[in-house]
Design a protein around this ligand. Structure first.
Ligand code: SIN
Ligand code: FE2
Length: 213
């Protein structure tokens, strides 16, 4: 039976002006992305960062590309150096860069060239509370977010924290792009449900591409 997600393959589903869900856009690239990610992880392994408030994040993270997003007791920032490896973040794989700019283009943001890819790993129960992405220098560039593995629910809210959020179920291969009038919209991920996925095992992996510097 064709389910809803299958029927939506390849569709660009508008979320709010400036934000779009590209259903299944990365699906056929997933094996390539997974293989490239193993190379990234060999150089800069998963770690649980500490928030400025002193909490250990439930999401494990790493980065690739010229700049990496980091959090510690002193705050959030982009840094060219991986504080765990003590050297530059690994290069952004070509498969990552191509997918990110193709997805941005499909969403109406031509010429996107990310310099930062944050990689998030959600194990069952891991979550990301509602936040804005505002550590980047220029909000004129969009954000491209790729989902691999277990499904998750994306909360997509408004410019004000108190604005009502939509709940968008995301599955393996989905790509969400937001920019323009939606660039500073709040978003988050509900606690991940347990499961097993052929691509990732018992987790969801998210690649978030940004032009940060
Ligand atoms: C993020 O907001 O940085 C990641 C969102 C996601 O995991 O889909
Ligand atoms: Fe974010």
């Amino acid at each position: 039976m064709r389910d809803l997600f299958e029927a939506e393959q390849g569709l660009a589903l508008p979320i709010v002006p400036g934000a779009v869900l590209l259903r299944g856009f990365a699906g056929d690239q997933a094996p390539r992305l997974r293989a490239a990610l193993d190379g990234v992880l060999a150089a800069s392994p998963w770690r649980h960062m500490i928030t400025p408030g002193g909490f250990r994040m439930s999401v494990a993270m790493t980065n690739c590309g010229p700049l990496g997003w980091v959090s510690d007791r002193t705050g959030y920032r982009y840094d060219a150096i991986d504080p765990v490896a003590g050297k530059s973040w690994p290069a952004m794989p070509q498969a990552f860069r191509e997918l990110a700019s193709e997805a941005a283009n499909a969403a109406g943001f031509a010429g996107f060239e990310p310099d930062a890819c944050l990689v998030n790993r959600y194990e069952p129960g891991a979550r990301l509370s509602l936040h804005q992405d505002r550590d980047e220098r220029d909000y004129g560039h969009p954000i491209v977010s790729v989902s691999l593995g277990l499904p998750a629910v994306l909360l997509f809210g408004g410019l004000q924290r108190k604005d009502k959020s939509m709940r968008l179920p995301l599955v393996h291969g989905d790509v969400v792009v937001w920019g323009g009038p939606a660039r500073l919209n709040h978003h988050g991920i509900l606690p991940l449900k347990d499961g097993e996925h052929p691509s990732t095992g018992r987790c969801r992996i998210n690649l978030t591409f940004r032009k940060a510097g």
